[in-house]
Design a protein around this ligand. Structure first.
Ligand SMILES: [Zn+2]
Length: 122
């Protein structure tokens, strides 16, 4: 586990009594918020997507990697991704796929910033 700011638990709640009891040895829990935790999370999702792409049956699933971007004139007012825009796009894809045997699953990530300062929101 890599984490720059882990939680260290020395006690836990007893399920029967509800009281805090000492652990035999401290338990280290990743914070889930630092750059190392976010990087590990992104890597885990990337591996999940690659495994699904590799192991799914081509008869029933189709693997596509699609990049959607806003043209400058269509950027939302707050310069943030609009989940409804993605929903509308996915509904169109589902409608185009209606009646076909291939199922559609998706993984969406938002990327903010230029190539030097990228922030990925999953
Ligand atoms: Zn962390």
């Amino acid at each position: 586990m890599l984490c720059s700011n882990p939680y260290i638990l020395t006690t836990k709640q007893d399920k029967k009594t509800g009281k805090r009891i000492e652990l035999n040895s401290p338990l280290t829990i990743p914070c889930g918020k630092c750059d190392l935790c976010l990087s590990a999370r992104a890597k885990k999702w990337a591996e999940q997507c690659m495994l699904e792409a590799k192991l799914t049956d081509a008869q029933t699933h189709c693997n596509l990697f699609i990049t959607l971007t806003y043209a400058d004139e269509f950027l939302p007012e707050n310069n943030s991704l609009c989940k409804n825009d993605l929903s509308v796009y996915l509904k169109k894809i589902h409608n185009l796929n209606a009646g076909k045997k291939q199922k559609i699953r998706f993984f969406a990530a938002g990327v903010y910033g230029d190539i030097l300062t990228v922030l990925i929101i999953i």
